[in-house]
Design a protein around this ligand. Structure first.
Ligand code: SF4
Length: 215
């Protein structure tokens, strides 16, 4: 597809996503950057619902800062998050993350991509989630499984590698729209363009989607 045609398609997609999901937001519960960064790390290969169920009461009762988790120690923390998939490895990641936050950032979560991605267990996706949701950054693309799948079906990307996908989408989605586009396309992936059986018949993008009824 030519660049002009792609640009036209993206414009329509952005507009329709905004009309249909004006308030799409993060599915992890959080009250501050600390809660969101911890929950984002815990949500790898696990549902947001399960992370919320375990973590929301814990944030309320005892884990209000990296210090609180470190004070509790590895074993107690591991015990507290036992319901979450891969809790053993995730405990190690969260303890390392909290140590680094204390050592380098006085217990606060930094608000820039470089510092965030230097933290243990935090890749560009998690960093973008925190930057967009907590620091008001609009020029972030959150490459999660939904964005990957739906963008590919819509013919917006050619790559499979998350960093390349991020670059491809950054070239065609205006900076001010990138965070909202990420949240909304994620919502479309959850509600309509699902992995196994996309609901093409009820999709508001069916007239411009090259994968319509082909998945
Ligand atoms: S038409 Fe089908 S494949 Fe294309 S975005 Fe909609 S649900 Fe997904």
């Amino acid at each position: 597809m030519g660049k002009d045609e792609l640009a036209k398609r993206v414009k329509v997609i952005i507009k329709r996503l905004a009309e249909n999901y004006p308030d799409a937001k993060c599915h992890l519960d959080f009250k501050n950057p600390f809660e969101l960064i911890v929950s984002t790390v815990l949500a790898a290969q696990c549902t947001d619902v399960s992370v919320n169920k375990t973590m929301t009461p814990l944030y309320k009762s005892k884990y209000k800062s990296p210090k609180d988790i470190l004070k509790d120690g590895t074993e107690k923390f591991r015990d507290s998050i036992k319901t979450i998939n891969f809790y053993n490895n995730k405990t190690k990641s969260i303890i390392a993350l909290c140590e680094k936050l204390e050592e380098k950032h006085k217990g606060k979560v930094p608000g820039d991509m470089e510092s965030l991605t230097e933290l243990p267990g935090v890749g560009r996706k998690s960093a973008s989630v925190v930057l967009g949701n907590c620091f008001g950054k609009e020029d972030v693309i959150i490459v999660d499984t939904h964005l990957k799948r739906v963008s590919a079906r819509l013919g917006l990307i050619e790559n499979d590698n998350p960093e390349k996908i991020e670059m491809e989408l950054k070239e065609i989605v205006p900076p001010k729209e990138q965070f909202y586009f990420s949240m909304r396309i994620g919502e479309h992936g959850r509600l309509v363009c699902q992995a196994k059986k996309p609901k093409c018949g009820e999709c508001f993008l069916s007239d411009i989607c090259p994968s319509f009824n082909k998945v």
